[in-house]
Design a protein around this ligand. Structure first.
Ligand code: ADP
Ligand code: MG
Length: 240
């Protein structure tokens, strides 16, 4: 589904991604861990061109999205993204947040988007919050709405950048549970997280990023039980 070839990203003369080559298959759940500043967010943001790569290529569903002629809007439609800071529009209700993109991009009529929004609200366990405003919701509820909003576009892959890092501890579980359900439904997912339990339970593959490269990757059992890279051993001893 996604084929990344020797991806590089520099900010000025600071090389943040230093040649990443990686293939992500349909249905995979790839979890990315690594120290702060190792390039995890930049990697995710390059996948949907929130950042423009400075080298290498990314092929998504057969299209080279790093080609200057690529249609960025149609790419973003197929890649849902969920951020640490929910990024809901504060002046719109929950339902309006969910409907906004599909209606604006004319993918659905207002009536269809309405129906879809209510379906999604049920799916994320918040059917009675359609007319609430984001600030009336808890952090965990807001993040579940942000996930519903991303799903409204019927994406082929969901990218999550530390979706539970801004939450109070008691709200982490409800968001991870929803992500787990999405995984069980077959969604292709790329998840940056510090939740090692989630990685062990849900990931088909875990990647360790360090200094702009993927320093190690494996299935979760091998990755956590027999890490080879010294920096990964050190990292795991700090977080586990
Ligand atoms: P991580 O998500 O693993 O913590 P990031 O991808 O956010 O790491 O950042 C990797 C490095 O790139 C950091 O040193 C950060 O300061 C730098 N960086 C990220 N975004 C920008 C930007 N827009 N401009 C300049 N430097 C940036
Ligand atoms: Mg980050």
């Amino acid at each position: 589904m996604i084929s990344v070839n020797n991806l590089e990203k520099s900010f000025g003369d600071h090389k943040v991604l230093d040649g990443i080559t990686e293939n992500i298959e349909k249905g995979e759940k790839v979890v990315i861990i690594g120290p702060s500043g190792s390039g995890k967010s930049t990697f995710l943001r390059c996948l949907n061109l929130l950042e423009q790569p400075t080298g290498g290529s990314i092929i998504f569903e057969g299209t080279d999205i790093t080609d200057s002629k690529a249609d960025i809007d149609s790419l973003r439609r197929k890649m849902g993204m969920v951020f640490q800071q929910f990024n809901l529009f504060p002046h719109l209700t929950v339902k309006e947040n969910i409907k906004l993109a599909p209606v604006k991009l004319k993918l659905m009529s207002k009536e269809e988007a309405d129906k879809k929004a209510l379906e999604l609200l049920k799916r994320v366990g918040l059917p009675d919050k359609a007319d609430a405003y984001p600030k009336q919701l808890s952090g965990g509820q807001q993040q579940r709405i942000a996930i519903a909003r991303a799903l409204a576009m019927n994406p082929d892959v969901m990218l999550f950048d530390e979706p539970t890092s801004a939450l109070d501890p008691e709200m982490v579980g409800e968001v991870l549970q929803l992500m787990k359900e999405l995984a069980e439904d077959g969604m292709t997912m790329v998840v940056v997280t510090h939740e090692m339990g989630f990685a062990r339970e849900v990931a088909t593959r875990v990647l360790f990023m360090d200094g702009g490269i993927i320093a190690e990757q494996n299935n979760p059992e091998e990755f956590f039980e027999h890490p080879k890279n010294l920096r990964l051993q050190e990292f795991l001893s700090q977080v586990l």
